[in-house]
Ligand binder design. Structure first.
Ligand code: NAD
Length: 288
């Protein structure tokens, strides 16, 4: 069998950004203001600082206005909650991104639900998770699983009736991805750290998505000839940034595979812009 197609996340993300930029122009001329994204960075985690900077640069590139807040690493839960409340009430702000993880003195599970669901561009509030689980149109879908679905679409993967395996059950990636694959009529097996015989389960699958954060977890002997393998894993190792999939081994067997870096990562960033513009469109239609 020929070597797998390497799905180019940078190219798919670039096409999405072009579409977003056109939509931003359209909304701006129709409503007299740019879509706005508020970012909140708490503490001095270097990775979070880089992620927020990239998100603000991405926003600027497509014409989204950004409102950045750094309330300080020792901010109280009450003050942070009040900041979220002010951003919820601010008509210039269409999306609110609370960069996670938060410092340990702050309760993420108490703060995230304070974000107005219509402005929850990360799709992490219980309301949006519930809407997604109930197949309701209008749910704000978390960026990484939404990006995985775009990549599968770009690679012309037929999901209807397919067998899909998702490895990882976080609320950020694994769980919402299972909902999206079910909605696309795949038959989904959801695996996690307590799953026995992961290899045997994966070998039955047409589509394998690895989101465990374990380098080398998925090896060639675990995938069937012609499977599609999406690698969400982002692991910093001595050898550099690697995914959860043994790329070279699996590439020789799969039909299509995503690289790390350059696969899911750029899609996560692009989907934040997509969500922000969708939030702006709804907000502007409502008079905001
Ligand atoms: P998480 O730590 O919250 O969840 C990891 C999940 O993997 C858990 O549900 C756990 O049960 C499962 N798991 C761990 N070891 C396993 C094993 N040996 N076998 C089967 N399942 C196992 O992580 P997360 O936030 O969901 O992120 C997962 C990975 O995806 C991480 O590497 C993260 O950096 C990466 N990530 C990448 C992007 C991106 O844009 N590319 C976005 C989000 C997360």
């Amino acid at each position: 069998m020929a070597e797998a197609q390497v799905i180019d996340g940078n190219a798919v993300a670039a096409r999405l950004r072009e579409r977003v930029a056109a939509k931003v122009e359209q909304l701006t001329s129709a409503h007299g203001r740019r879509p706005g994204l508020a970012t909140i960075l708490v503490g001095d985690d270097p990775a979070s600082e880089v992620y927020v900077r990239m998100k603000r640069n991405d926003s600027a590139e497509v014409g989204i206005e950004s409102f950045h807040h750094e309330p300080g690493g020792d901010v109280s839960e009450q003050d942070l909650g009040e900041l979220i409340g002010r951003l919820n009430a601010d008509d210039r702000v269409d999306g609110i991104l609370l960069q996670l993880p938060l410092p340990t003195h702050l309760d993420q599970a108490a703060l995230v639900p304070l974000i107005e669901p219509g402005k929850d561009v990360d799709g992490l509030t219980p309301m949006n998770a519930g809407l997604l689980a109930q197949d309701q149109i209008g749910a704000m879908v978390p960026c990484t699983p939404a990006g995985v679905m775009e990549l599968l679409d770009a690679a012309d993967v037929e999901l209807d009736g397919s067998r899909a395996v998702v490895i990882g059950r976080s609320i950020l990636v694994g769980k919402p991805l299972v909902q999206l694959l079910l909605a696309a009529n795949a038959t989904v097996t959801h695996c996690h750290s307590h799953t026995r015989d992961l290899g045997a389960i994966c070998r039955e699958a047409d589509v394998v998505v690895a989101a465990a954060g374990r380098p080398g977890l998925v090896t060639a002997d675990m995938v069937s000839e012609g499977a599609v393998v999406i690698d969400v894993g982002t692991n910093r190792t001595d050898a550099g940034l690697v995914g959860d999939v043994d790329f070279e081994g699996v590439r020789a067997k799969a039909r299509a595979i995503t690289p790390v870096p350059g696969g899911v990562g750029p899609m996560t960033r692009a989907m934040l812009l997509v969500n922000t513009v969708a939030a702006a469109q709804a907000n502007m239609a409502g008079g905001g």
